[in-house]
Structure formats: C-alpha cells, structure tokens
Ligand binder design. Structure first.
Ligand SMILES: [Zn+2]
Length: 286
C-alpha cells in the first residue's frame, strides 16, 4: 500500500461467514454464503494538515427495518453532511481532513461476536496509515433509542466531550443544555469506557489505537433487533419530534469541528494518565 490511504469501498472483497453458533439452535436456519460488502466514504480535504484525519462513522446495514439501529445514526450523519456542505458553500474548509464513513456489515455475524466486519476489513487494510494519521474516531450507532444522553470515550477526549455538551441545547428541556440534563440525570458526568466490541469503534480503537468516542440517546430499547424497530416505533416512542436526533447531530458535528479545526488538538493527556492509573490492577500499582 505505499503510504496512501485506501478509501475505496471494500467491494470486491469476498467474505465467507460461518455462523456456526446456529448449528446448536435447530429452530433457526442460518445461511452459509459468500457476500460482497460496501463501505462508503465522503471526504472533506483539510487545508493545513490534509494527512490528519477526523473520522465520523456509522453502520448502514440493519437486522430488520432498523429505524433505531442504525438508521437514527445514519440520518444524523447525513444531516451533519448537509450542515458541513452549507459551511463549505460559505467558504469553510477544515484545517484537517474530515472523513464521513458509512460502514457495511456491522450486524452480520453479531450473534457469534464477530461484528463490525465492514470497518474491521478497512482498518486491517489501512492499519499503519490509520494508526499514525487518524486524530480521532467518532462513532454513532443507534443515535436515538429513547431519552437521556449517554457517551463513551477514551479519557483524553472527556474534556472536549463535556465542553461540547455545554454548547448544545437539551432536546427535552428548553432552558437546559445537554450537559445540565446529563448532570441532573446521573448526579455526576458518567462517561463510559469503550471496552466492548459491539460497534464500529472496536477495530479503530482496539486494533489501530485511535482515540474514540461513542454517542447515543437512550439505552436498552425494547425493540432492539426485532421487526418492531420501525419508523412507527420511533415516531411513537423513541423520538416523536426528532429533536433528540438534532441534539446528537449538534454534539457529533461540533466534536468533529473542534478536532478538525482547533490549531492545538483538544486532548487532555493529564486526565488520561490519571484515569489509566485508576484502572491499574492492585499488583501493577504495587
Ligand atoms: Zn447497530
């Protein structure tokens, strides 16, 4: 690969999937087949540091209708693309390169704990370049599952996340920011750590070592991966006025703007070190 980032989709790449787990559940008939997957990218080239990348990613494949998982995230990603396009028409160009990533095949194989195939293939294909040039990866999977703001991040991004949450209007209470409501709901700012493998941040963070964020409204929604994950459920329960979608677009889009435009990257490695120390095992501390 001669130092050039491969942005072409993973089409043409044939992936054989063995859902061997289903072998033990005779009521479920799984397919063993070869399929072609497609990742799709939109690139806004940076003016000053074009070889530094800020990635925003969301998967596009769904189990059923996927109004929450993943289309709420896809709708928000498309709205951010619309907003950035408006800014570009006014003459804006980011300092660093922004890449919007629409991943395929995140769900395929989920039951066998081998998810995020589209992003994993791309990370494996571009590992050296991504590990050395990606500033941060900002993931949104199920953007809106209900009320309440939730976020996960690697600790050097905690401060930026909090500062951005102070700038975005809370979707459920007019006089508050997302930060205000986040504090009231949790008593403290509760930023989770991204130890799971349940979305596309996993290969970027755990394989390429890229600082990452994951954002969502609501959690544990009852129609997850069922045929009821529909537009009807979203308009009746998840986000009837779609204002939570708008809030996620605000946080996600602003995070990327800071990471792409701030002359000095807004990372806090003092806090990062403190939190890493806290997670050391007792034997390591000794
Ligand atoms: Zn998903």
């Amino acid at each position: 690969m001669s130092g050039k980032l491969l942005l072409k989709p993973a089409c043409g790449k044939l992936i054989e999937l063995f859902l061997h787990l289903f072998y033990f559940f005779p009521l479920f008939q799984a397919e063993k087949k070869i399929a072609t997957i497609h990742n799709v990218f939109a690139v806004i080239r940076g003016s000053e540091e074009p070889d530094r990348y800020v990635l925003l990613g969301n998967h596009r494949d769904a189990w059923t209708y996927g109004a929450v998982d993943p289309n709420s995230g896809t709708a928000v990603l498309l709205d951010i693309a619309r907003r950035y396009a408006l800014m570009m028409r006014q003459g804006w160009q980011p300092r660093r390169t922004i890449v919007l990533c629409s991943w395929d095949a995140e769900e395929f194989g989920m039951v066998a704990n081998i998810s995020s195939l589209g992003s994993t293939e791309w990370v494996e294909q571009n590992l050296l370049n991504l590990g050395s040039k990606v500033v941060a990866y900002l993931n949104v999977d199920c953007a809106v599952q209900g009320p309440g703001f939730f976020a996960g991040a690697t600790p050097q991004l905690d401060n930026l996340l909090i500062e951005v949450a102070k700038k975005v209007q809370d979707p459920d209470s007019e006089s508050m920011t997302i930060y205000d409501n986040w504090m009231i709901t949790n008593k403290v700012i509760n930023i989770q750590r991204l130890s799971g493998v349940d979305s596309d941040f996993s290969p970027l963070l755990q394989h390429a070592g890229v600082p990452s964020v994951d954002l969502y409204y609501g959690r544990d929604f009852p129609v997850y991966h069922t045929a009821f994950d529909s537009y009807n459920w979203m308009t009746n329960h998840g986000d009837p006025l779609f204002q939570r979608h708008v809030a996620v677009a605000g946080v996600w889009g602003l995070l990327a703007l800071h990471l792409a435009d701030d002359p000095i990257l807004p990372f806090n490695y003092v806090l990062h070190r403190t939190i890493m120390e806290l997670h050391k095992s007792p034997t390591q501390l000794g």
